[in-house]
Design a protein around this ligand. Structure first.
Ligand code: NAD
Length: 324
């Protein structure tokens, strides 16, 4: 295996952090660079076991800061980029959309320019199924790669805008890109503002768990490990210019998710508190991952096995989430 330099942006976050660890362990002959601004969600304590590895490097930088990003690319001559860094929380995008445009749109464009400038061999843009908008509750309907983009929140609109830029850099300049659009992730090291870690951490303290509206909004849940294997495959085998949807075929509504955690932890449903619905709350997301499966990918976790592993992880790793 030839030695390669891989730049991973947003590797101090949830999915990027899992991906950095996955790549370091699987590819000891790759040099893994983690570029992250360390916003409120970025955290490096998760790397306490990795700091001695000689193929891991951390760079604190803002992806939207061209004056830092361009010289870094010129100096390191990365072979590939896997781009996670983003503002990612829908609720925050509703109260403060501006930073979402700056990071998710402008930041992506700066990275694309830098990647084009040095001629990277692959740029994988990690996007979301939320760019497709919402589905109704008909279980026969799914998002495919051909579904038109109809984002509904400032977050998904900023991600869709970055997807268009990535596509344009392929069509206009021939940059070898892939876009992946994944459904809702859960698993180790997810910041406890998102539904599953929030529910687990509140339940463990016997605190009320807020559920939006009537809790019927459906998401297609995927364990973060399965997202990592999908990205690994796309990085190595993805056909340039193609979009790949990533989903675990695990549709659950929010209430079912919370009740599963309650059952596993042996808590009472009285801890559920229905709160005013999120503005513009998308009803349902569901992914058809057939194109990726044809490339050779398969999810390893069912929702039941994945959620059990995740709850166990949160029980064992309070050192990480307890102070956040
Ligand atoms: P996260 O919020 O946990 O992590 C984002 C990381 O980006 C953080 O470490 C943060 O410090 C960093 N960052 C933010 N602004 C930056 C900037 N200007 N420069 C450099 N770094 C910056 O996010 P996540 O949940 O791990 O999501 C990662 C990516 O995956 C995002 O692009 C998101 O849109 C996408 N995605 C997430 C999900 C999900 O369920 N969480 C699903 C599909 C796709």
């Amino acid at each position: 295996m030839t030695r390669k330099k891989i730049l991973i942006t947003g590797g101090a976050g949830f999915i990027g952090g899992n991906f950095v660890q996955y790549m370091i362990n699987k590819y000891p002959r790759y040099d893994i660079y983690n570029l992250d601004l360390l916003t409120y969600v970025g955290d490096l304590t998760k790397y306490r076991d990795l700091e001695q590895k000689d193929n891991y490097f951390f760079v604190k930088a803002d992806i939207a800061d061209r004056k830092t990003v361009l010289p870094l690319f010129e100096k390191e001559q990365f072979d590939c980029v896997v781009h996670f860094a983003a503002e990612s929380h829908v609720d925050r995008s509703i109260t403060d959309p501006e930073v979402f445009v700056r990071t998710n749109v402008l930041g992506t464009q700066v990275l694309l320019d830098a990647a084009k400038h040095i001629g990277v061999k692959k740029f994988v843009h990690v996007s979301t199924d939320e760019v497709y908008g919402e589905l109704d509750f008909d279980p026969a309907t799914f998002f495919t790669e051909e579904t038109p983009l109809r984002p509904n929140s400032p977050y998904s609109a900023s991600k869709a805008s970055s997807d268009f830029l990535v596509r344009a850099y392929h069509e206009t300049y021939g940059l070898p890109v892939n876009i992946t659009r994944c459904s809702n992730n859960y698993g180790p090291f997810q910041f406890p503002e998102k539904l599953i870690p929030l529910t687990i951490s509140r339940m463990l303290h016997d605190e009320k768990v807020p559920v939006y509206g009537d809790g019927r909004n459906v998401r297609d849940w995927i364990h973060v490990y399965d997202h990592c294997t999908a990205l690994d495959l796309v990085l190595h085998e993805g056909v340039n210019g193609e979009v790949y949807n990533v989903g675990g075929r695990n549709e659950r509504n929010n209430l079912e998710v919370v009740k599963t955690i309650i059952r596993t932890l042996g808590k009472s449903e009285d801890l559920i508190e229905f709160v005013t619905d999120r503005l513009g709350h998308d009803k349902r997301y569901a992914i058809n991952p057939l194109k990726l499966e044809r490339l050779g990918w398969k999810a390893t976790y069912s929702f039941e096995t994945g959620i059990a592993q995740t709850i166990e992880w949160y029980l064992k790793n309070k050192w990480w989430w307890g102070n956040l």
